[in-house]
Design a protein. Structure first.
Length: 249
């Protein structure tokens, strides 16, 4: 299958994380130039850039208002893109503690989760769209979570942000579709990143695994391949959709 990504530029935010690295590798393997968005781990971004055929690090911090503009400007100056934007970065907040009611959570704990995760995606999308419209081609994907649709105790604010990405995509598709731009959402379930392997007890991983029809948890590569299709020329008319990558959960 020809993904039509050779010579195109992909901006991946959160590219140094477990899923982000595999997204970058998937696009690089298809001949795309990959801009590796990172917040603090410049060393990790540089190592990944050296591994890939055509990639470079670019700083992108969700909690800094001007960061998205600076990142997109760097990408545009270096290679004229981006043609593809994958919004994968996420700033984690604290999960609501057991025994604490929803209304007891102070805004000092939940405000940043909402402000630093939804607004920056909207802002960055506004910045990448003019070039896509000019070229008459573009692909945008927001990385959400299956918790946005199924819910999870104690993750109300996380769920609100992740569900908001789907609502954003469903409305945005009407504005950008006539210009050859497709926008979709990928919603991973519990994914076997190194962070999950090292930080989540085996009994919890086994419990989640047993609840999937496929009998396994998703790998970062599973998520990356789904994004690769949706953000490629192989996808001719899928837009405004949310694809859950969670083994049937």
């Amino acid at each position: 299958m020809d993904f039509g990504l050779a010579g195109r530029t992909t901006l991946v935010t959160g590219a140094t994380g477990g899923i982000g690295q595999e997204i970058a590798r998937a696009f690089a393997a298809e001949g795309a130039t990959v801009a590796l968005g990172y917040r603090n781990d410049r060393d990790g971004a540089e190592r990944l850039a050296r591994e890939l055929k055509d990639a470079f690090p670019v700083r992108y911090a969700l909690d800094e208002t001007g960061s998205a503009a600076e990142a997109v400007a760097v990408v545009r100056e270096r290679c004229g893109g981006p043609d593809v934007f994958v919004a994968n970065a996420f700033g984690w907040g604290r999960r609501r503690a057991r025994g604490v009611r929803f209304e007891e959570v102070p805004e000092s704990e939940w405000g940043a989760v909402v402000a630093h995760n939804l607004a920056p995606v909207v802002r960055a999308t506004q910045l990448v769209l003019p070039g896509m419209r000019e070229r008459g081609w573009g692909r945008i994907a927001f990385v959400s979570s299956h918790n946005a649709f199924g819910g999870q105790p104690g993750q109300e604010f996380y769920g609100a942000v992740k569900a908001g990405l789907y609502g954003f995509a469903r409305s945005l598709m009407w504005d950008v579709g006539p210009d050859g731009i497709l926008v979709n959402v990928v919603a991973p379930g519990l994914t076997l990143t190194e962070r999950v392997r090292g930080g989540l007890p085996e009994e919890i991983r086994e419990r989640e695994r047993s609840r999937t029809p496929t009998g396994r948890l998703s790998s970062p590569q599973d998520v990356a391949r789904t994004l690769l299709f949706l953000c490629s020329a192989a996808n001719g008319n899928v837009t405004g959709e949310s694809i859950t990558v969670a083994g049937g959960r």
